[in-house]
Design a protein around this ligand. Structure first.
Ligand SMILES: Cc1cc2nc3c(=O)[nH]c(=O)nc-3n(C[C@H](O)[C@H](O)[C@H](O)COP(=O)(O)O)c2cc1C
Length: 401
């Protein structure tokens, strides 16, 4: 969450049962180096103590409009980049929609022109109350951003709409507010992801450990960063395609080649994050290969098409091609050589023998190899953040062409 570094965020905590969940979110924002100031309503402190947030933020929590710094609400309202109201209660949303400001949180909200993210959570009966729905409609029309609630288990023991969204979803939404949504505007981006599967017989195949997470994160971030059009071509993975991204599913290296070559002319940037097999069985048996009495079986392999090489031969003026290299030794040297040979615009190198990285990990540690051979190591980050950093460089590259 590097986009949150030094961002001034006010976390307004209200008196709902989900208040306890907000401590985790505040902690994550602090870890992302945002400057977080917590304001609690009187009711919120019935559910969780200010001490918890003071320990997490290393700052005094504001709870009282009159006893705390008397002008704090005005200062905060001016300085902050984002106010988050969570869990936004029936009561606080009612006050906001009616223009009431009788405590530290609602006074700060009244005085700010910064973005406000409202995350409601309550029992279904309260949430579906027409008065509440009317208040939400009014706030949305005035530009307040809303997230959730979701359906699921509620504190009363019933199930229904009103549940506070998951921490990860909230953090993603907060991050989205701060990214530059026009960074990739004017660019059409094709991303490949996942492994390929080379059949041996109707049941068995040769594949690799790629999960597709890096490529899917790139496609999702490309959309968030305002690319005009994003196409994800993916080998078999367990992942859900990101929203608002065009999606093509392929299986073998040959199918990947066909799909990429049929589409590449429609794209300005091609990011080849898929782990395409280098070898495939020379013959695919039409019948399941039987267990033999011999103790070994020899399978003859042949090279698959080198899609990156073909792309580099076809590359048209202004088009950017980005490669990925997963290596287990001499990572940088091998990646640099691949970049040079295939005339790529950028190479993303990962080591296969690193902690906090690799196909199944949620995080990745990569080194970017630039066209002039310069290597730029990035720290260990969530794959979404790695995607963001790669796309930032791609935006610069594509726009300088
Ligand atoms: C145990 C308990 C749980 C509550 N949970 C919620 C809730 O999840 N959402 C909500 O809108 N109100 C909830 N309330 C009601 C609020 O606490 C109440 O409306 C309060 O005035 C809210 O104050 P505030 O909006 O200033 O924080 C709950 C009340 C109690 C006693």
């Amino acid at each position: 969450m590097r986009s949150l570094k030094d961002k001034k965020i006010v976390a307004g905590i209200c008196g709902g049962i989900a208040a306890y969940k907000t401590a985790g979110i505040v902690s994550k924002l602090v870890q992302a180096e945002a400057e977080v100031q917590v304001i609690m309503t009187h009711a919120a402190s019935q559910f969780i103590t200010p001490l918890t947030f003071e320990a997490l933020t290393h700052r005094k929590v504001f709870t009282n409009l009159f006893q705390d710094d008397p002008l704090a609400h005005v200062e905060l309202a001016h300085q902050t980049h984002l106010l988050i109201v969570m869990p936004a209660t029936y009561h606080v949303i009612g006050k906001l929609a009616s223009g009431l400001a009788d405590d530290m949180l609602t006074t700060t909200l009244a005085a700010t022109r910064a973005a406000v993210l409202v995350i409601p959570a309550m029992e279904s009966q309260m949430y579906t109350n027409p008065i509440f729905q009317e208040n939400c409609r009014k706030l949305r029309a005035l530009g307040y951003r809303f997230l959730g609630p979701e359906s699921g288990y509620l504190a009363s023991g019933r199930a229904g709409i009103g549940r506070f969204p998951d921490e990860e979803k909230i953090l993603k939404e907060i991050e989205t507010i701060f990214v530059d949504h026009s960074l990739l505007s004017g660019l059409r981006i094709l991303v490949t992801a996942g492994p390929t599967r080379e059949m041996l017989d109707p049941m068995r195949c040769l594949t690799n450990k790629s999960s597709g997470k890096m490529g899917y994160a790139l496609a999702e971030q490309a959309r968030t960063l305002g690319a005009d059009n994003v196409l994800l071509i993916s080998g078999p993975t367990q992942l859900q395609p990101p929203e608002e991204v065009d999606f093509l599913k392929v299986e073998s290296a040959e199918e990947m080649r066909e799909a990429v070559l049929a589409q590449e002319k429609n794209f300005d940037v091609i990011v080849m994050a898929a782990a395409v097999a280098d070898w495939r069985p020379k013959r695919i048996s039409t019948h399941k290969i039987k267990k033999l009495s011999t103790s070994s079986l020899t399978i003859e392999l042949e090279r698959t098409p080198d899609i990156l090489h073909i792309l580099s031969q076809k590359k048209r003026k202004g088009q950017c091609v980005i490669g990925f290299a997963a290596e287990s030794e001499n990572v940088i040297e091998n990646a640099r050589e691949k970049l040079r040979k295939k005339q790529l615009d950028l190479m993303v190198a990962n080591s296969l023998i690193q902690e906090n990285a690799g196909p199944e990990s949620e995080t990745n540690e990569v080194t970017l190899i630039h066209k002039n051979g310069r290597s730029e190591p990035l720290p260990v980050m969530d794959k979404r953040e790695v995607a963001y950093e790669i796309l930032r460089r791609i935006a610069r590259l594509a726009k300088s062409k």
